[in-house]
Design a binder for this molecule. Structure first.
Ligand SMILES: *Cc1c(COP(=O)(O)O)cnc(C)c1O
Length: 234
């Protein structure tokens, strides 16, 4: 592949995505700097990921722990500033190796996982920031807590995991939803967050929601982290 062409294409994709983010923020009277673009690099290799970092991406997301490990170990990528977000399911046997690499774990998707992460943090003597993943679409193939479960147990969950700093919720719109339907799902995530905050007094400022096809709707409903992949690699 021709690296100069790749570089230009990736830069223009990144710039266009940032423009979309800024425009969406302005339309909702929000500060664009209050929204983090998590650039999802799962579709490409470390070299292409490096081109994206050169274009200005700071926050990188991977869905699979092994891919995150491989890229973290890449020398070329290690030379430039960036930080890692895990956005997909974390299997328990991969916790030890993954935690030290993370800026934010978006996918705390069960009480059992939270407990294991908390224990490993204690073993490794570190603290990790995480989001509780909520299964908002009711899609049984998706990971995550159901909304009522979170209303009932967040206080207890957070209290039982002192080494994990839970700062908000993460959600995905259901498969095949159009942007308007996705918008309604994001609104319900924001409402759920408000409810949990009111009931528990815990600050939950972060909402990770929105992908390539629906991140403007997510921003309109308060997303602080949008996870965008495809738009960056077309
Ligand atoms: C792949 C992925 C994304 C990015 O999706 P795009 O539609 O490619 O922008 C976002 N979130 C999660 C959890 C993903 O696995």
């Amino acid at each position: 592949m021709n690296e100069t062409l790749d570089r230009e294409r990736i830069r223009s994709n990144f710039d266009r995505t940032m423009q979309r983010l800024r425009r969406a923020a302005e339309q909702s009277d929000r500060d664009p700097d209050s929204i983090t673009l998590v650039s999802v690099s799962k579709y490409v290799d470390a070299q292409q990921t490096r081109l994206l970092v050169d274009a200005g991406a700071m926050d990188l997301g991977e869905a699979r722990p092994q891919q995150l490990w491989a890229k973290s170990a890449d020398e070329c990528l290690a030379q430039c500033d960036h930080r890692w977000h895990l956005i997909g399911h974390l299997q328990r046997n991969k916790i030890r190796r993954t935690l030290p690499l993370l800026h934010l774990l978006h996918s705390v998707d069960s009480a059992r996982l939270l407990e294991s992460v908390n224990e490993m943090c204690s073993t490794l003597d570190l603290r990790v920031a995480g989001l509780l993943q909520v299964n908002i679409s009711g899609d049984s193939a998706k990971h995550g807590f159901n909304p009522q479960e979170l209303i009932d147990t967040t206080q207890q969950l957070v209290a039982s995991a002192p080494n994990v700093e839970i700062t908000g919720l993460m959600a995905m719109a259901g498969w095949g939803t159009d942007p308007d339907q996705a918008g309604r799902q994001f609104a319900s995530v924001a409402k759920l967050r408000d409810q949990i905050q009111d009931a528990t007094g815990l600050p939950l400022p972060n909402l990770s929601m929105g992908m390539t096809s629906d991140f403007e709707q997510a921003i309109a409903h308060g997303a602080t982290h949008v996870r965008v992949g495809s738009a960056l690699w077309q």
